[in-house]
Design a protein around this ligand. Structure first.
Ligand code: GLC
Length: 571
């Protein structure tokens, strides 16, 4: 494609994504142009000026491929077509062109750890051991000495992410297939070269169509230990197989082959970001290494697991020291040789302002403080739709309000199998469910929040009557305008992009402080990540160097930070 203008390029073509800010669109919930209650591609085209105003460089589109929508598109039945829910391939071409005209770029979600069980590859594979795609999935016989198809005869004890065994019995084949997520999402067998070839061909087809890269769904799961041994048991009674598939023996080889077959032969540079649950800082540095890495960046999970105890449904209080230490650890570990992706929110995480911030008394302050810390780290920041206006978790009243397959599976297992109190389980869902981030984008205060005039597929958060784009766009002091200022800072100051990272110890637990250095320039961030004011040794910061704060200075002096106050100095 032609080189867009907004992102620094030309000589930096090497890695244009280093100075970029990415905006994730969850198409179902973004903008509904035909008012059927589900967001669509033409709806996105209508909102591109908004994203441009915010300062966005790249759009990441969650899946719009043909899909039975069991997992809202993360179950693909045709990789080379658009689901009619969202529009047509021509609509997608129009979106790509409209994005490029504005100097922005677009990356697609690549879901190739698994397909839908309705994908023709799987339908053929399950029907017969003679089919050409027979071996494109992981088929295994029942455990020796058991009755095939009966509980306990699964090939190993692994549990699936969405609950239950990771194996599903298929009488036609007399075998089990592996699904690390829902049974409707069978895992693709990457050990088969034909499978890999088909995937690389499909990726090339998309790049030829003009997209600018991929966000790769759970891409570190594609190589499995061929032995597939039993694993230590989780709380739910199933084995935790992570050790055998989250960093499998061929993971580097497969990603290197993908790079060789798909990206290297092309003159342009693409943004590739791999979602990698369980990845360690050392592994991430290898995957993203400037010289020999296979991906531009990865999504790690450590900082979004600090309020979970073992599994995501068991909550624990997030400790601010842990958050500070985790953030700083990843900054330091990837250092100069690797590259971080920076995120608080996505379609799988509850809203950060409700989770690590304070969505009542200090809603604006905590949303902007968390944003500041993230955006001024070294790495590529991601904004998830609605984050830029401080959207919060939703007040789901009853089970009927939830749509997410993971949440519904969890409820069924907890209440029906483990006989937990339904009220307690609902309470957990309210805090942890992925649906918190999937409620419709809040454009305005009208019914339907300006997302749709129809009946939305999931309820609109009632707080859209005051929390919406229309109320914040152009309003001084709003979260939206603060995000604009933060993004503009990245585009203006090379130190934000290229500066190294040094943690600063203030002796105060609730303050997260760090410096970024580039040449003679030093950028310093002080953030109070708590509901209480705090005094600290004011170092050598002066009001003259202050480039950004989320408070007006009259309220607090140097050496003291109000609740969730941040100050950014550059000299
Ligand atoms: C990733 C996606 C999530 C999906 C899962 C299975 O974690 O982000 O939404 O459910 O993979 O595809």
């Amino acid at each position: 494609m032609a080189t867009p203008g907004a992102v620094r390029s030309a000589s930096e073509n090497e890695a244009w994504w280093k100075s970029a800010v990415v905006y994730q669109i969850y198409p179902r919930s973004f903008a509904d142009s035909d008012n059927d209650g589900i967001g669509d591609l033409p709806g996105i085209v209508d909102r591109l000026d908004y994203l441009q105003e915010l300062g966005i460089d790249v759009i990441w589109l969650s899946p719009v491929y043909r899909s039975p929508q069991q997992d809202n598109g993360y179950d693909v039945s045709d990789y080379q077509d658009v689901d009619p829910l969202f529009g047509t391939l021509e609509d997608l071409d129009r979106l790509i062109a409209a994005v490029h005209v504005r100097g922005m770029r677009l990356i697609m979600d690549l879901v190739v750890n698994h397909t839908s069980d309705q994908h023709p590859w799987f339908l053929a594979s399950r029907a017969s051991r003679e089919a050409p795609t027979s071996d494109w999935y992981f088929w295994r016989d029942a455990r020796p000495g058991t009755v095939p198809g009966e509980p306990g005869s699964e090939p190993n004890n692994w549990g699936a992410s969405f609950g239950g065994s990771a194996w599903m019995w298929v009488p036609e084949r007399g075998q089990y297939y592996l699904h690390l997520f829902d049974p409707s999402q069978p895992d693709l067998n990457w050990d088969n070269p034909d499978t890999r070839e088909a995937i690389f061909t499909m990726m090339n087809w998309w790049l030829d169509r003009g997209i600018d890269g991929f966000r790769m769904d759970v891409i570190n799961f594609i190589s499995k230990d061929p032995e597939m041994p039993d694993a230590p048991l989780n709380r739910d009674g199933y084995g935790d197989g992570m050790a055998y598939f989250s960093y499998g023996p061929q993971i580097h080889a497969y990603l290197a082959e993908m790079k060789r077959r798909v990206f290297d032969p092309r003159p342009d540079t693409y943004l590739t970001v791999g979602e990698m649950p369980g990845v360690t800082p050392e592994q991430a540095r290898e995957f993203t290494h400037r010289e020999h890495g296979q991906l531009a960046m990865v999504f790690q999970y450590e900082h979004v697991f600090l309020d979970a105890d073992g599994d995501k449904w068991t909550q624990r209080r997030m400790n601010i020291n842990d958050l500070r230490d985790t953030l700083a650890k990843w900054q330091t570990a990837l250092g100069d040789s690797g590259w971080n992706s920076l995120y608080w929110n996505n379609h799988d995480q509850p809203r950060v302002v409700s989770r690590y911030g304070n969505d009542t008394t200090y809603w604006r302050e905590s949303a902007t403080a968390l944003a500041t810390v993230l955006h001024l780290h070294r790495g590529t920041p991601y904004v998830y739709q609605g984050e830029e206006i401080g959207m919060t978790n939703a007040p789901f009243a009853a089970l009927d309000d939830f749509r997410d397959i993971e949440s519904l599976d969890y409820y069924a297992k907890a209440v029906c199998t483990h006989h937990e109190d339904p009220a307690d389980v609902l309470d957990i869902l309210r805090r942890r469910s992925r649906d918190n981030s999937r409620t419709p984008m809040q454009w305005s205060a009208v019914p339907g929040a300006g997302f749709t005039t129809g009946s939305p597929w999931i309820g609109v958060n009632p707080n859209h009557n005051w929390l919406n784009v229309a109320a914040q766009r152009g309003t001084p002091g709003s979260i939206f305008e603060y995000y604009r200022a933060l993004i503009a800072l990245r585009h203006r100051l090379p130190v934000v992009v290229d500066g190294n990272f040094v943690a600063v110890h203030t002796g105060r637990d609730q303050i997260y402080a760090f410096r970024r250095h580039l040449g003679d320039t030093t950028l310093t961030v002080h953030a109070n990540l708590s509901d209480l004011p705090v005094s600290f040794d004011r170092d050598d910061l002066t009001a003259r160097d202050l480039v950004l704060t989320n408070y007006t200075l009259s309220r607090s002096g140097p050496g003291r930070l109000e609740p969730w106050e941040v100050r950014v100095h550059v000299r």
